[in-house]
Design a protein around this ligand. Sequence first.
Ligand code: MG
Length: 345
Amino acid sequence: MVLTYKSYLLEFKHPFGVSSNVRTHTPTVFVRIEYNGFFGYGEACLPAYLGETPENTIAFLEKVKPVIDALDFSFDVKEVFQTIDLLSETNNAAKASIDIALTDLAGKISGTPYYDKMGFGKSVPVSTSATIGIDNAEMLAQKIQEAGDFSILKIKAGTSDDKALIQLIRQHTDKPLYVDVNQGWKDKHFVLDMLHWFKEQDVILVEQPMPVEMFSEMAWVTEKSPIPTIADESVKRLKDLEKIKGVFTGINIKLMKSAGLTGALEMVQYARKNNLEIMLGCMAESSCGTSAMAQLLKFADYVDLDAPNLITNDPFKGITYNGGKVILNDSPGIGVELVNTVLFQ
Ligand code: MG
């Protein structure tokens, strides 16, 4: 096999604001694994807050390259993942890119979509939220209008006045909302008051209202909360799930945190066994990462996979959207096609 990779900048349609920063681009490293004329594709999407960079991702991929290049057609994705997982304590996005590319390659060699290969079957189309980043009043109105096809909006909050933000949103739409606070609130009594008020505003769930380390305060809030609380920054991989039982209602699983589909599926299985709700989410990824995650669509209570809709230079084609629903295709592997044919030249 031959592993190659390429650094790339995914460009946002509009500058993307969350509680801690605003950005216009997200660095990404795409990988390709070739075997006998088949190509498997993967992605390491690297928003700065994850602490992974194109440089340390490429350094990790260079470490992995001899392992991949030595594989033949009999490779087992899970076994390879377990080997490369031991090569670094971190680098979850880089590991994800390899896991996704091998999954894609295995499916392409056998001519089967991952969801069929795993016996899940193809999911019916499922509604995804459309993400609305923090912005001024005029841009918020424009973004809500641009998300007209979508039936649920995910509002990025954690501003100096989140009630005013939601009131402003409510001047433009009565769609149900997910609200992502990105750790923006610190007082548990304030949080609980806000969640009661959110319930009246048809907010369906809140994501990561408090900082990662505030476990006991968060457990107090969840116990009394009128709406589900979803852990995002508090949970990366399977090993993190034990400590959030009883602390949140559910978890937001993202491939760049879980280190790929192998890890994401383990988290899905754990969540199902332990009564945790499942949100399938993503970073500001291309259609490569999101199409991989959409293979698990059947298991989702909530879906937030609209990232390709927020960027202008997606080099892949994969999942599509119709009426705000994510549509899987019948293509093998993770169901992606490289449309930017010069990417790996
Ligand atoms: Mg989040």
